[in-house]
Design a protein around this ligand. Structure first.
Ligand SMILES: [Zn+2]
Length: 291
């Protein structure tokens, strides 16, 4: 096991003698990085963490090259939540919410609406899309019903998040087998893990506890990192599309132009020189930035 810690990795495990597998994820550094420029009330933060862990778990069950997007849309306090994970486990996520309506209860946070899972895979034409209604008492329940309605493989998901960590556990019965006692045991023990252990227990101990009497093998897995695809260049492109007049007006009123990324809330600040450069004649070398 690399790094001596299981955090910021998604790790596969399987029962040695039964056709059952699982994935475990515990995020810490990338969970902090993902929220660096955003301030979420605790219930929204935790839902965002659960959705991020769910996106990682869902991506970990697929063989693809592209990105998986979990989008939650409802009439609750959280109007829109988007969590994205690429095939190589780069994550980003954002939630739009109505601060006055935020409550700890999942039903009030989510309201009625739907969860959409979209998988965009390079060179595979139209993206795959699965939709499940927002229902039940937790995001885990919604994801369970997503699997029940869109996949043949029996799957159970557990999710949790707090200020330090976001994590989850997915167990899945492999194709072509009838329900078996080992699967039932694994489901039962996974369901009994509490949120704190899900986030903080050592992966080896956690997986062994879920496997109970069955032999389990835990793989070292893959690193999960935060990466938003925004950049200063992309934001400059947005400014150019607004037109010089509008941008100069903001500059005149505010002394600078600040554009915040919709996804990670990172602020990009442009001063008068930056704006002049952005709209300057092409090919004229720009003065070096001093700061
Ligand atoms: Zn961004």
């Amino acid at each position: 096991m690399s790094g001596g810690s299981g955090t910021d990795r998604v790790r596969r495990f399987l029962l040695e003698e039964h056709p059952v597998r699982g994935q475990l994820v515990q995020l810490e550094a990338c969970w902090a990085a993902l929220r660096e420029h955003a301030a979420y009330p605790a219930p929204v933060r935790d839902l965002l963490g659960e959705a991020t862990a769910a996106a990682v778990l869902l991506a970990s069950t697929l063989k693809f090259e592209g990105s998986l997007t979990l989008q939650m849309q409802g009439d609750g306090a959280v109007r829109l939540l988007v969590a994205q994970c690429t095939h190589d486990f780069r994550i980003r996520a954002v939630a739009h919410f109505d601060a006055a309506r935020v409550a700890a209860d999942f039903a009030q946070l989510a309201g009625s609406g739907r969860i959409m899972v979209t998988v965009e895979s390079a060179g595979r034409g139209a993206p795959y899309q699965g939709i499940v209604p927002l229902a039940g008492g937790s995001l885990s329940e919604c994801i369970d019903s997503y699997f029940a309605t869109s996949e043949q493989l029996p799957t159970r998901v557990r999710l949790a998040a707090d200020a330090q960590r976001a994590g989850g556990l997915l167990v899945q019965q492999l194709p072509g087998v009838e329900a078996n006692a080992a699967w039932e045991r694994l489901c039962g023990h996974s369901a009994s893990v509490d949120a704190h252990d899900l986030l903080y227990a050592a992966p080896e101990a956690l997986v062994q506890r879920c496997a109970s009497i069955d032999d389990v093998r835990l793989f070292s897995g893959s690193a999960v990192t935060f990466e938003c695809r925004c950049s200063r260049d992309r934001v400059l492109g947005v400014l150019r599309s607004l037109g010089e007049q509008e941008v100069q007006q903001v500059l005149h009123e505010q002394g600078k132009v600040t554009v915040t990324c919709d996804f990670c809330h990172r602020p990009y600040v442009f001063d008068a020189i930056d704006v002049a450069q952005a709209f300057g004649p092409p090919g004229v070398p720009a003065p070096d930035r001093i700061n």
